[in-house]
Design a binder for this molecule. Structure first.
Ligand SMILES: C[S@@+](CC[C@H](N)C(=O)[O-])C[C@H]1O[C@@H](n2cnc3c(N)ncnc32)[C@H](O)[C@@H]1O
Length: 210
C-alpha cells in the first residue's frame, strides 16, 4: 500500500510513548467515540509547542480516555502540571488507569465536573489551555482562557473545522458555537491566531510579544 502524506509527516515528527499508542488502541477497541482522540500529528504539534514555549502548567477541557493529557505530560518538566476536566466518570477512570502506569502520570490531576462549572470557581493562570470539550461552551471557554493565560501562554482550540461543517450555508448549533469562538478569538486586540487544518482543525491563539 502507498504511503500517505500523513504517514510521511509522522515519520519525521516526534512521537509520544508506546503507552499512549496502547491507550489509543484500547480506546478504539473498547470506548465509543474513539475518533474524538487527538491524532499523533496533533500530539507532535503539542509536543513542539510545549518545548518552544517552556510550558509548565496546562489546563485541558475534555479528558476522555486520557490520551492527550499523557501526550502532554510526557513533555512537561518534572515540576510540570496538568489539570484536566471531564464530566464522564467512566472514561476518566480509564484515563487514570493508564496514567498510573506512566512515570509522568503524577503530573496529571483529573477533575470530574462540567467544564463551565469548574471554571467559574477557578482563579488560576495557565501556560497552555487546551479546549477539547463540549462544543456549545466553546465561546465561554475561549473568553475564560483569554483572562487566565500567563504572559507566554497559548490557547489551543481543537475541532475548529468540525468535519468542514464550518463551510456549510446553514450550520447547526454546535457548528455555530465553534465558529463563534473562532471569530471571537481571531478578532481580539493584541493577540495572534492561526487556524491549522491538522486533523479536524486546531486554532492556536497567543498574545503578541510586542
Ligand atoms: C473530544 S473528547 C476529548 C479528547 C481528549 N482531549 C483526547 O484527545 O484524548 C471530549 C470530551 O469532553 C467531555 N465533555 C462533554 N461535555 C463536557 C462538559 N460539559 N464539561 C467537561 N467535559 C465535557 C466528554 O465527556 C469527552 O470525554
Amino acid at each position: 500500500m502507498e504511503k500517505t502524506i500523513e504517514q510521511y509527516c509522522l515519520e519525521h515528527s516526534t512521537q509520544p510513548s508506546a503507552l499512549t499508542r496502547e491507550m489509543a488502541e484500547y480506546t478504539k477497541l473498547h470506548v465509543p467515540g474513539a475518533r474524538m482522540l487527538i491524532g499523533e500529528l496533533e500530539a507532535s504539534l503539542l509536543t513542539f509547542l510545549i518545548h518552544s514555549l517552556g510550558i509548565k502548567s496546562v489546563l485541558e477541557l475534555g479528558t476522555f480516555t486520557g490520551y492527550s493529557s499523557l501526550c502532554m505530560a510526557e513533555q512537561l518538566p518534572e515540576d510540570g502540571r496538568i489539570t484536566t476536566v471531564d464530566v464522564n466518570k467512566w472514561t476518566t477512570g480509564i484515563a487514570q488507569g493508564f496514567w498510573d502506569k506512566s512515570p509522568h502520570g503524577k503530573k496529571i490531576t483529573a477533575i470530574l465536573s462540567k467544564g463551565r462549572e469548574y471554571l467559574e470557581s477557578l482563579n488560576e493562570k495557565f501556560d497552555l489551555i487546551f479546549i477539547d470539550a463540549d462544543k456549545n461552551s466553546y465561546p465561554y471557554y475561549v473568553e475564560w482562557a483569554k483572562d487566565h493565560l500567563t504572559e507566554k501562554g497559548i490557547i489551543i482550540v481543537d475541532n475548529t473545522l468540525w468535519s468542514q461543517k464550518v463551510l456549510e450555508i446553514s450550520p447547526d448549533e454546535q457548528t455555530q458555537s465553534i465558529m463563534k469562538a473562532t471569530q471571537l478569538a481571531s478578532s481580539w486586540e493584541g493577540f495572534v491566531t492561526t487556524l491549522l487544518p491538522i486533523r479536524d482543525g486546531m486554532l492556536l491563539i497567543k498574545r503578541k510579544t510586542n
